[in-house]
Design a protein around this ligand. Structure first.
Ligand SMILES: Nc1ncnc2c1ncn2[C@@H]1O[C@H](COP(=O)(O)OP(=O)(O)OP(=O)(O)O)[C@@H](O)[C@H]1O
Length: 319
């Protein structure tokens, strides 16, 4: 069934809790058919923002709309927006019982429970109490609950947290599949590396304010060329500096030639491999550094507004 395209839009949103300005003048949109990563360090205002989108927290200023209307004005909110934000399970309930309660509340057929348990890979654990679930299993159950009503918008708060590598691969595929159906998928994370293989668009916030919004490719564009990590198989043989010299002769810049792994720029991984082959130096390691995006993310969110720490008091005045 074709999914109705529902845009999520946040405009000039602000929220203060006492002395803490949790969100300040925040504007961004999450588009149908795309996975949007909502990124920022811990405490930067992500949960508060999602909570305002879901009508759980009242903004001081600004608006959050889903398909042009606030959450509270949606005709069938639970069938329009699925979220993992308020997912709380009774530890004595089984996974199946939890989903059954949710599906009754939102008015979807009983068959949806088994369908979503299957979808999130919890069919075998469905009749176990959620109190015994691992964090990864609870994440899967929260996702199943969010998807019960087959909503056009899926809002997930840190859905990857607690998943093992297999679980991370699985959720990537699932979120991409949901976007492929035309759904609007918005997920928060404090780690760009956790979501960079999943998201199309990125919204970065820092201390409640927008630091960046655009595509992942646009975020990447500012970060320059790739760095190749390379390590020789016999680090004590003197081959590491020898390889460094060969790479430099081939036009590369090499950093850390004395360590177990060198960082190489100016050549792609295949060319680095060929230089090693040409010098008859066996390699133990050859990869592309994944941290360039993370670096640009960290630059965006670093606390530039923070006061430098006060100098320690010295006895007896200035030295
Ligand atoms: N109900 C509340 N009362 C008081 N302060 C709050 C409340 N909710 C959030 N805050 C504060 O607002 C700021 C933003 O918190 P928020 O939970 O939105 O950030 P976050 O980016 O989701 O962080 P995390 O990933 O750690 O959950 C924090 O300083 C937090 O302590």
């Amino acid at each position: 069934m074709a999914q109705q395209a529902i845009r999520v839009e946040v405009s000039e949103l602000s929220k203060r809790f006492g002395a803490v300005q949790a969100v300040r003048g925040l504007s961004f949109a999450a588009e149908p058919g795309r996975v949007t990563g909502f990124l920022g360090p811990n405490g930067s205002g992500k949960t508060t923002t999602l909570s305002m989108v879901l009508g759980l927290t009242r903004p001081d200023h600004g608006t959050a709309t889903i398909g042009g209307v606030p959450y509270a004005a949606l005709e069938r909110p639970a069938l329009t927006v699925g979220s993992s934000l308020s997912a709380d399970f009774h530890p004595a309930h089984t996974g199946r019982a939890h989903l059954d309660i949710v599906r009754r509340a939102i008015g979807v057929p009983r068959s949806a429970v088994d369908e979503k348990l299957e979808l999130v890979g919890l069919a075998d654990a469905a009749d176990r109490k959620t109190g015994g679930y691992s964090l990864g299993m609870r994440q899967r159950l929260a996702l199943a609950a969010a998807l019960l009503g087959d909503p056009g918008v899926v809002l997930l708060d840190e859905p990857i947290n607690g998943l093992d590598p297999e679980g991370i691969r699985w959720i990537r595929l699932l979120l991409r599949h949901l976007a492929g159906e035309g759904k609007t998928v918005l997920l928060s994370s404090h780690l760009l590396s956790e979501v960079q293989q999943t998201v199309d668009d990125v919204v970065v916030i820092r201390r409640g304010e927008l630091a960046f919004t655009g595509t992942l490719a646009e975020l990447q564009r500012g970060t320059g060329e790739r760095t190749v990590l390379v390590g020789v198989a016999r680090p004590d043989s003197g081959e590491q500096p020898e390889l460094a010299r060969a790479l430099q002769a081939a036009g590369a810049q090499v950093h850390g030639a004395r360590g177990s792994t060198m960082r190489v720029t100016g050549l792609d991984p295949a060319a680095v491999g060929l230089v090693a082959l040409g010098a008859a130096i066996p390699l133990a390691h050859l990869s592309v550094e994944q941290s360039e995006l993370e670096q640009s993310f960290l630059e965006l969110v670093e606390d530039r507004g923070a006061e430098p720490p006060a100098a320690p008091a010295t006895e007896g005045g200035a030295a």
